[in-house]
Design a protein around this ligand. Structure first.
Ligand code: KG4
Length: 347
């Protein structure tokens, strides 16, 4: 590596993310994001959830234009790229294969190295993405990160860029999955998270009480809460078939508040037990208004230093993959062509 490259000015990483239903490409100069282009897939809305086969097909259509747009926006040509970083997993196999195959083909044709990135590490390290002209604040190590998305709910102790330990995790549904199911039960579209968030802002979070999980340690469970919501609603609908429409705001607010309370309770216990007060948030559910408000509240009450990502870095995006890719590039941690995608993993 040349001195200039160590200076991080000349390292350009193209990153590709295709683990679920967002096709995303980003160009990083070192740890600074130059572009981050994402094509979302509206097709799944009509099915009430991601249909894996349709997601793969949409990735195939989107990947070339998204990569071209990311390079163009960054003002970088393919020949200037130092490496290609890509999400190797976890995620949907068909979706991952599109990004992985594209990354392999492009890296081989350009004769540059590939860097494999774990999608979950990407979410957790999204706090370290820098942007030109934007003030940046990243947590010091070690910190705790609540990683809440459609597929995962974990409390992670982050010791360094590479060293992460899962302190607690869901034993069944993820928080985002539970919120999406709550929206589906009420007859709303997919993804339900933003819909529940919007409705909840006008509702009373104390209007209904749903049963909360009693799981030992720092683990989570959301399937019982979902069932409690379903049974409560079934009973209410028999009394008035228009019940949901009349009470949707209170229902959404009460369900959302219970999810947030469960998430924060274990996070607080983990923070206390591990004596760590630097607390980050990541994953798609970190866009949630009530969860962000709870972070601010705990920060005031318990003197936490909180780190909440920008909205653009909460959901799936390639910049977070590029950031991890950059750190691995600096260590010469490259990946060979024979590495397959993987669907499930721990950190
Ligand atoms: O991280 P992400 O984009 O995808 C993965 O699952 O990897 O997270 C998507 C999840 C979905 O469950 C979606 O409903 C939820 O994040 N979500 C929200 C909000 N925005 C997205 N949940 C609650 N409130 C939101 N504002």
């Amino acid at each position: 590596m040349t001195a200039q490259k160590e200076n991080n000015k000349e390292i350009y990483i193209l990153a590709i993310e295709s683990s679920c239903d967002d096709t995303s490409a980003a160009v990083m100069r070192g740890d600074t994001m130059l572009s981050n282009v994402t094509a979302s897939q509206a097709i799944h809305e009509q099915y009430g959830g991601v249909v894996p086969e349709l997601a793969s097909r949409a990735h195939e259509q989107n990947i070339v234009p998204v990569v071209d747009a990311a390079l163009k926006k960054a003002g970088i040509s393919r020949n200037q790229l130092s490496a290609i970083a890509f999400t190797r997993g976890p995620g949907l196999m068909g979706s991952l294969l599109v990004g992985v195959s594209f990354a392999k083909g492009l890296a081989a044709s350009l004769g540059i190295p590939m860097v494999e990135v774990n999608h979950l590490q990407g979410h957790i390290l999204a706090h370290f993405i820098k942007e030109e002209g934007v003030e940046h604040q990243a947590p010091e190590f070690p910190f705790l990160c609540l990683m809440v998305s459609g597929g995962n709910s974990q409390i992670v102790k982050v010791n360094s860029y590479k060293d992460m330990e899962i302190v607690g995790q869901t034993i069944d549904d993820a928080a985002g999955e539970a919120i999406d199911k709550c929206a589906k039960i009420m007859g709303f579209g997919y993804p339900g998270g933003p819909i529940i968030d919007r409705l909840a802002r006008e509702g009373d979070p104390k209007a209904y009480t749903f049963s909360k999980p009693h799981i030992p340690g720092f683990d989570y469970s959301f399937s019982g809460l979902k069932t409690s919501f379903l049974y409560t609603l079934r009973k209410l609908i028999t009394e008035d078939e228009n019940y949901i429409e009349k009470h949707k705001n209170d229902l959404a607010a009460s369900f959302e508040a219970t999810v947030v309370e469960v998430l924060m309770d274990k996070l607080y216990k983990a923070s206390k037990a591990l004596k760590i007060k630097r607390i980050a948030l990541s994953g798609g559910v970190s866009a949630n208004t009530a969860l962000r408000a709870a972070y601010a509240d705990y920060s005031r009450r318990y003197k936490w230093d909180i780190f909440i990502p920008k909205f653009g870095f909460t959901t799936d995006n390639a910049a977070m993959i590029g950031l991890v890719g950059y750190y691995k590039y600096l260590e010469g941690d490259f990946c060979s062509m024979d590495k397959p995608a993987f669907t499930r993993t721990t950190l």
